[in-house]
Design a protein around this ligand. Structure first.
Ligand code: AGP
Length: 604
């Protein structure tokens, strides 16, 4: 949604803020700005555009104070303009905000603030309200104002008469903070902190954080001070960088074999899945009668793969629900339902609200999350963390395959706990999972072939992806990747469904990407390919090696390494990630920051 940074310390505050905003820019990149406290003065630099544009407008400025705040915006209220960019300043108050204040218009009218407002944003109303109540007592003022706000907020505030001091308060929208030799800092997420330290804490909701150069104070609304609960992030300090790749997306695609190994190996004991480190009791898997997965986007696509495995191996009822639809679809949830929330960021508000709804209905909740200590993780009864490391590119790749890896382990664990798999079957299933890093490495080694195939769809406006069963789930994710980073209108269809209408759209040279990885579905998938080919389609096929000769060399194709059918998702999805990546980079787009998107969606 938006990226926020606050720093007070001994370093060059402009460089600290701008460097942090570059690391946070994946969260939102419509506009950017910083505010620096120079004694009683507060200087603001902001503009529509990227952090590099902001750097240009303040490059000649030198600051002595060492205290400031910064923001990268993903517009919600008000257009993408310099005026609407953060920070916002009203009277003695300067702030940045991530979230949505639902009652900002009523507040502006009720307190007659309109005259003071220059922007169209909800955030500026909060600044005006703080200024209205401020009489030299920051904590009292913050408490007075936030109790009037409806909605979500992470507020980071400077008061003119408080040199070198930053205040913050949050509700739902994330803020993490730390203190180290270089000073005290807070940010929307860890990527901006891990350059300085791997110790951090999550600012608890409705507590007021005061940052000073050598001290931080956490106070509840009753004025009681509490000790922050520090956590340690196990990310390599430099893993948030690009390590020489042109884009984070390519780096993160290439990291997948190691990310999967890190995610699974610590959870396999004697060849069997072992979740004892997470304290997950077997009863969670044996007592439930049905499963509901709630997630968004790519995380939801991981859930679709899990759904196929649960049905085919566990023979259980399972639903995968779009988190944004879940609460409004009268879901059948009770204490016999195991709800699994899947989220890379752990901050997607649709998924968080769906999880809270499920808990209110008595369900046990397990989450599969990449960011430790995130809101969804804290809301869950149990958490299985993926160990993908920081995922910066907006288009999710390694988070997806590590989510799948956790799901494979989870299904094996459930099959074993519920007596469907014996020890041998479970160990055999897990051994195949342990082969996935090598299978993916084989795809990565042949990525130049995919780059050549990408050339066939580079100029496409519309494109179909067709496959059956798990291939359809693979292509839903592959299609999202292509849409997200190349802006080609790609649609994934269950290939058997085409003849019920959509095949009317196939004309001469319509690009079609087909996946054929399920041996039991191969014959039908190939006849569907022939149907579109006979109507002029230009078909590219991603096919499992063992059945590749069935194409008789008739189609441009990419041959995937062989795995058991249910595991072919892993190499196939990586091949489609590369396809999307090469199309986007060859079109000259900013692959990591596609237009209109943000890495974390914290608005409903
Ligand atoms: C995936 O490439 C997209 N960026 C998007 O669909 C993403 O998967 C979705 O917003 C969910 O994010 P989360 O995993 O952080 O909850």
């Amino acid at each position: 949604m938006c990226g926020i940074i606050g720093y007070t310390g001994t370093e060059d505050v402009k460089e600290v803020l701008l460097n942090a905003l570059e690391l946070l820019e994946y969260r939102g990149y419509d506009s950017a700005g910083i505010a620096v406290k120079e004694d009683a003065q507060t200087k603001i630099y902001k503009c529509a555009g990227r952090v590099k544009d902001l750097r240009l407008i303040c490059e000649s400025e030198k600051f002595l104070s060492g205290c400031g705040i910064g923001h990268t915006r993903w517009a919600t209220h008000g257009g993408v303009t310099g005026t609407n960019a953060h920070p916002h300043r009203v009277g003695n108050v300067t702030l940045v905000h991530n979230g949505i204040i639902e009652n900002y218009r009523e507040l502006a009218a009720h307190y007659e603030l309109e005259e003071q407002l220059k922007s169209e944003t909800d955030s500026e109303v909060v600044a005006a309200l703080l200024n209205r109540y401020y009489e030299g007592q920051p904590n009292e003022t913050i408490k007075e104002v936030v109790t009037k706000l409806k909605g979500t907020y992470a507020l980071v505030i400077l008061f003119d008469d408080q040199p070198g001091v930053i205040y913050s308060v949050r509700n739902v929208s994330p803020i993490v903070a730390t203190i180290c030799d270089e000073g005290a800092m807070l940010a929307s997420d860890l990527t901006a902190l891990c350059r300085f330290t791997n110790r951090y804490f999550v600012v608890p909701e409705n507590y007021i954080l005061k940052l000073e150069k050598t001290k931080l104070t956490l106070t509840d609304f009753a004025g009681r001070e509490v000790e922050p609960e520090f956590l340690t992030v196990d990310w390599e300090l430099n893993s948030a960088g690009k390590n020489g790749y042109p884009f984070y997306m390519e780096k993160e695609i290439m990291e997948q074999p190691d990310a999967i190994t890190r995610t699974i190996e610590s959870r396999i004991t004697g060849g069997l899945p072992d979740f004892s480190a997470e304290g997950i009791p077997d009863s969670l898997f044996t007592d439930c009668e049905r499963i509901t997965i709630v997630a968004c986007g790519t995380a939801m696509h991981a859930g679709l793969v899990a759904q196929a495995l649960v049905k085919s191996i566990l023979h259980m009822h399972i639903e995968v629900e779009m988190a944004s639809e879940f609460m409004y679809s009268d879901p059948v949830i009770d204490k016999k339902t195991l709800v699994i929330a899947v989220s890379q960021s752990g901050e997607t508000i649709d998924t968080l609200e769906a999880l809270k709804y499920a808990k209110r209905r008595g369900a046990k909740c397990l989450s599969i999350i990449n960011v430790k200590g995130s809101s969804i993780a804290r809301e869950s009864d149990y958490v299985l963390y993926t160990d993908a490391g920081p995922e910066i590119a907006v288009a999710s790749t390694k988070a997806y395959t590590t989510q799948l890896a956790v799901f494979y382990l989870l299904v094996a664990k459930m099959a074993f706990s519920r007596g469907i798999f014996g020890t041998e079957d479970t160990q055999s299933f897990v051994r195949e999972l342990q082969r996935t890093p090598d299978a993916i490495k084989k795809v990565l080694e042949k990525r130049r072939e995919i780059h050549v195939l990408a050339g066939r769809v580079l100029d496409a406006k519309d494109l179909f992806m067709i496959g059956r069963g798990l291939d359809h789930s693979i292509l839903l994710e592959g299609s999202l990747k292509l849409k997200e980073v190349s802006y080609i209108h790609s649609e994934a269809y269950a290939s058997g469904e085409l003849k019920h209408g959509p095949i009317a759209l196939i004309t001469q040279n319509t690009p079609v990407v087909a996946a054929v990885t399920q041996e039991k579905l191969m014959a039908k998938e190939i006849s569907n390919i022939k149907e579109v080919k006979s109507r002029g389609a230009d078909v590219v096929v991603f096919i499992k090696g063992a059945i590749a000769e069935s194409l008789q060399g008739e189609y441009p194709s990419f041959v995937l390494p062989d795995m058991r059918d249910e595991y072919m998702v892993m190499p196939a999805s990586v091949a489609l990630q590369l396809l999307a990546y090469y199309v986007s980079s060859d079109k000259g787009f900013d692959v990591d920051k596609p237009r209109n998107l943000a890495k974390v969606v914290t608005v409903e």
